[in-house]
Design a protein around this ligand. Structure first.
Ligand SMILES: NC(=O)C1=CN([C@@H]2O[C@H](COP(=O)(O)OP(=O)(O)OC[C@H]3O[C@@H](n4cnc5c(N)ncnc54)[C@H](OP(=O)(O)O)[C@@H]3O)[C@@H](O)[C@H]2O)C=CC1
Ligand SMILES: N[C@@H](CC=O)C(=O)O
Length: 365
């Protein structure tokens, strides 16, 4: 049996709980030995020796993390998981730097980690390397983070397979942000009528953005993904060494809250309309693109123009598109599909859990 403990039942963590609960109730999946035994948010926590019932998971706010639950304490949470008889995986569904910094301690206790949180893999290179060292042995604890790039799309697993089989990466180029994909697909297209601020509001309401959409528009979310890809490809990239184009209007960079940012963004609709008009006048559209260049081992993140017949120009919805150009794939290997949203991100985490379960959980009780 693989014990699963979720940190952060927010948008993505909540969708993962729903998927796991539905799975537990479905006779079709009776054979998968996964048990949800822990849940914690910033206020309350619960760890149980016996798996939570699907009905409790369906109403976790009152039945698991209700007022009687103990106050949240991540150190105690991890200690209790580490003492359980079966292997346990911590699923970090926060976007917290402080939580990411705890991964080495958890790995040292033998806990596995699955996460969509990009911080541990794109902050300090030394943290990334420490995590790699601690999860590097075939029998030891493992770290899976497919959902950190492209949500549920098989981006990191594809890159890792290319690298591990000895292919040489020439270039990885793509649209890595569901938010920025949605924005520019809808705002920058011939005949489009929606204003820039309206598109941002829809992306936020659809669950594509980070809690503060400025973390998407300032390029940091894409930069983190480019850094992660670069590191998985074997280069020491960091967000501090990338050229990043920040498209948050200067006057809004320092405003106190995401709400204030959203309410003032319409003041800048004319600015974005002008940029878009200039691109359309040359037969091009605007797209926000990240790139890892294999030859220079450098990366970039920028708003750029693509002609209408380019594959990046015809993307739809919040789709991501990632083109791997390698020695074996001079015509790029392309991964494309929904790259943000709670359900597809939870799917990416769930499929990582199944991989951990197959490696470490099956056959144990
Ligand atoms: N949305 C998407 O499409 C995608 C998101 N991701 C990543 O998924 C992660 C989750 O995003 P999302 O669900 O939107 O975030 P939310 O803000 O909706 O949820 C965050 C959760 O984390 C909890 N939390 C925060 N800090 C702590 C802490 N120190 N200890 C315990 N719990 C904590 C919050 O608890 P409380 O409610 O008590 O504050 C909340 O439950 C992020 O890292 C994001 O980048 C990755 C790919 C795609
Ligand atoms: N805000 C991100 C969420 C996934 O990483 C995005 O828009 O892609």
């Amino acid at each position: 049996m693989l014990n699963v403990a979720i940190i952060g039942p927010g948008l993505v963590g909540g969708a993962l709980i729903e998927q796991l609960a539905a799975h537990l109730q479905s006779p079709r999946f009776a054979g998968l030995p996964i048990a949800v035994v822990g849940l914690i948010n910033s206020k309350k926590m619960a760890v149980s020796e016996a798996p939570f019932a699907a009905s409790d998971l369906g109403d976790w706010k009152s039945r698991i993390l209700g007022s009687a639950a103990p106050d949240a304490d991540l150190a105690q949470f991890a200690d209790r998981l580490a003492k359980l008889a079966s292997p346990s995986v911590v699923v970090d569904c926060t976007s917290s730097d402080a939580v990411a910094e705890l991964y080495p301690q958890w790995l040292a206790k033998g806990l596995h980690i699955a996460t969509p949180n990009k911080k541990a893999f794109s902050n300090d290179l030394s943290l990334f390397r420490r995590i790699q060292e601690l999860s590097g042995s075939p029998q030891g604890p493992s770290v899976y983070h497919e959902a950190t790039v492209g949500a549920g799309l098989p981006v990191l697993s594809t890159l890792s397979d290319l690298v591990r089989t000895g292919d040489r990466i020439v270039k990885i180029e793509g649209i890595f942000s569901g938010t920025l994909s949605y924005l520019f697909n809808n705002f920058s297209a011939p005949g489009a009528t929606q204003k820039f601020s309206e598109c941002v509001a829809v992306a936020k309401a659809s669950g594509y953005t980070e809690p503060d959409p400025r973390d998407d528009l300032n390029g940091m979310d894409v930069a983190r993904k480019v850094a992660i890809l670069g590191r998985v490809a074997g280069y020491g990239l960091g967000t501090d060494t990338l050229a990043i184009e920040n498209i948050v209007p200067e006057a809004l960079r320092g405003v106190a809250s995401a709400d204030e940012f959203m309410s003032r963004l319409p003041e800048f609709d004319d600015h974005f309309a002008q940029l878009n008009g200039e691109a359309l006048a040359t037969g091009s559209v605007l797209r926000y693109v990240g790139c890892v260049d294999g030859a220079s081992a450098q990366g970039s993140v920028k708003l750029t123009r693509y002609p209408l017949d380019h594959p990046f120009a015809s993307l739809k919805g919040s789709d991501n598109i990632i083109a791997f150009t390698t020695e074996r794939f001079p015509n790029p290997l392309i991964v494309q599909g929904a790259g943000a949203g709670a359900a597809v991100t939870a799917f990416g985490i769930f499929s990582d859990l199944i991989k951990i379960c197959e490696r470490f959980g099956a056959g144990t009780k």
